[in-house]
Write a protein that binds this ligand. Structure first.
Ligand SMILES: [Zn+2]
Length: 369
């Protein structure tokens, strides 16, 4: 999932926290609902401005609660060496962008359960605060509200519907007994079932005449259904491709030398290796990369006189022969490339191509059917 429309907030424990614009919709909705209904109903005789103020504070602290929940997932992931690039807060809560699949069912279980545990602890803290501060005022209202939302966040996330935390817990349990693909298949199925259940609640809300609730249920159901499908596809991809090393699928290649010409590249290398990029050894001993696309821009009558170094760029993205195909594919997607040089100890070994990875996947997927 890409969250392009977001505001970078701050970094915490090396994790970038971003606020999606869609979050503002929830912020205004919650602030308004609390200021118009919740606070005046339980704590009457204050000005609307005071209610608005407490509504806004409540909405912001709800956001902090969600952030702490995601941070709990992230810190456990980081503890096990799984990189977490950022936490995105958006309309339905938060998502910690945990970069890789957990290496074992145990780690998956611990990462998944950390969030609800954090929310339960927060709920308990607010429960105790309410207990020791039983005054019948707005502050007490705020404390009660935060107790309620943190318990609600914990319970909702524990529903065993992938990709909710409960679904991940379910997956880790099945994974421990069978394999990760079966585990993901089953938990994605319960995830979709739950999503349809929410949509059904949406339909019932329409019949009851509460349109706001209906829209809310439909959106949430639709979001969870997509998330369940995408997560399943991604897991399948990562599980299949993580089994293979680049070494087995790369094409060995002889690198160009700095004094080779574009003519050599276009008449010998390109037709023979059928790659769009080629590594070049510069006269400084460093590795550079030339692309066929750049070579095409040079008029053909100059090819024999132009050195490849004139269009070469320093090597930035590459893989080692011992990296997994999954890592190679992720890098290709990230940098929008179809080939990557395979480099080991500053020596060019070959090229890994997207088509070869896709052929392997296709073979797998047709066997499955
Ligand atoms: Zn969670």
């Amino acid at each position: 999932m890409e969250f392009a429309k977001s505001i970078p907030l701050f970094r915490v424990f090396g994790i970038q926290v971003n606020l999606d614009y869609s979050w503002f919709i929830v912020f205004f909705l919650i602030t308004y609902t609390l200021a118009e209904y919740f606070y005046p109903y339980y704590y009457p005789n204050h000005s609307f401005l005071t209610y608005l103020f407490f509504g806004a504070i409540s909405a912001i602290l709800l956001f902090v609660s969600v952030l702490l929940h995601e941070l709990a997932h992230s810190l456990v992931a980081k503890h096990y060496g799984i990189p977490v690039k950022n936490i995105n807060l958006f309309i339905f809560g938060g998502v910690a962008m945990i970069e890789e699949e957990a290496p074992s069912p145990k780690v998956e279980f611990l990462i998944a359960i950390a969030g609800p545990i954090c929310s339960f602890i927060l709920g308990t803290i607010f429960f105790l605060l309410a207990y020791f501060y039983p005054q019948d005022d707005l502050l007490n209202g705020l404390i009660n509200y935060l107790m309620y939302v943190n318990f609600a966040i914990a319970l909702f996330n524990l529903v065993p519907a992938f990709p909710l935390d409960g679904g991940r817990i379910l997956r880790s349990i099945i994974w421990a007994k069978k394999d990760i693909i079966t585990a993901t298949k089953v938990s994605a199925f319960t995830g979709k079932a739950f999503a349809y259940f929410l949509m059904l609640l949406g339909a019932l809300s329409v019949l009851q005449g509460s349109l706001i609730n209906a829209v809310w249920y439909f959106f949430l159901g639709w979001f969870l259904k997509n998330a369940a499908e995408v997560s399943y596809e991604q897991t399948k991809l990562s599980v299949i491709l993580s089994q293979y090393k680049v070494e087995r699928f790369m094409r060995t290649i002889k690198p160009l030398l700095y004094n080779d010409t574009i003519y050599t590249l276009m008449t010998y290398y390109y037709p023979f290796y059928r790659s769009n990029i080629f590594p070049v050894i510069g006269n400084d001993g460093n590795i550079y990369v030339v692309s066929v696309k750049d070579a095409m821009k040079i008029p053909q009558h100059l090819w024999e006189k132009t050195s490849v170094m004139e269009i070469a760029k320093p090597l930035k993205v590459y893989v080692s022969p011992y990296d997994s195909l999954f890592k190679a594919l992720k890098l290709m997607n990230k940098y929008q490339l179809d080939e990557l040089p395979v480099i080991y100890n500053n020596a060019v070994l070959g090229i890994i191509r997207r088509v070869d990875i896709e052929n392997l996947l296709e073979k797998y997927l047709t066997e499955e059917k």
